[in-house]
Design a protein around this ligand. Structure first.
Ligand code: IMP
Ligand code: MG
Length: 189
């Protein structure tokens, strides 16, 4: 666990950050994701699987835009811990309900290297899901290799290869609540 940050430092980091997507831009992106998801899944009785913690805001913002029968569950699987460098997928919580024969829509904050989503999607298939779809609010413009998910089925906005926060995405476990998508300044990376 890295050392505690002073909340004052977090305010400075937020002030130095660059705004990439405003709240109204993200709202429009969520509207269009929700339209596509509704078109594809309105008759499939899906389980919407929130990837904690970063998926919490994208999932919540999508859910109220989806006007058809669905169930909600969550997983907590992470490659990051407090580090910026990806590690093995660590499972903290697996879905409680059965995925057998279900359509599953996995919702995460950001597609970066793509291994987190690939690992969770594999797990859902192993659990007998008949169809697995993926949705991310943000796609980072980086190459994705090997087993990684190269592209989510539903994507909100894209960002350059910078460390970003807001709308669920954290900087050292802070700033998930920022109402927009921001890139941390180089001095804070
Ligand atoms: P991937 O396996 O590299 O695609 O990792 C995706 C996960 O890493 C996401 O669920 C985020 O939790 C985290 N992540 C990747 N890039 C960022 C970022 O720029 N800001 C915040 N979290 C990130
Ligand atoms: Mg995550």
């Amino acid at each position: 666990m890295s050392k505690m940050l002073d909340p004052k430092d977090i305010i400075s980091i937020a002030n130095r950050a660059t705004a990439l997507h405003t709240e109204s831009e993200v709202d429009k992106a969520l509207d269009s994701m929700a339209r596509e998801i509704s078109f594809d899944l309105y008759q499939s009785n899906p389980i919407v699987l929130c990837v904690m913690v970063g998926g919490i805001i994208p999932t919540g913002k999508l859910l109220t835009r989806l006007d058809f029968p669905l169930q909600v569950d969550y997983v907590h699987a992470t490659r990051y811990g407090d580090e910026f460098v990806g590690q093995e997928l660590e499972w903290l919580v697996k879905p409680r309900g059965s995925l057998e024969d279900r359509t599953v829509l996995i919702v995460d904050d950001i597609l970066d290297g793509g291994l987190t989503l690939a690992g969770i999607a594999d797990f859902c298939k192993q659990q007998g899901a008949k169809e697995v779809k993926t949705a991310v609010l943000v796609e980072k413009d980086v190459p994705r290799y090997g087993k990684a998910i190269k592209k989510a089925d539903y994507t909100g906005v894209t960002v350059a290869d910078k460390f970003v926060f807001g709308y669920g995405m954290d900087y050292k476990r802070y700033l998930r609540n920022a109402p927009g998508i921001f890139a941390v300044s180089e001095e804070d990376e």
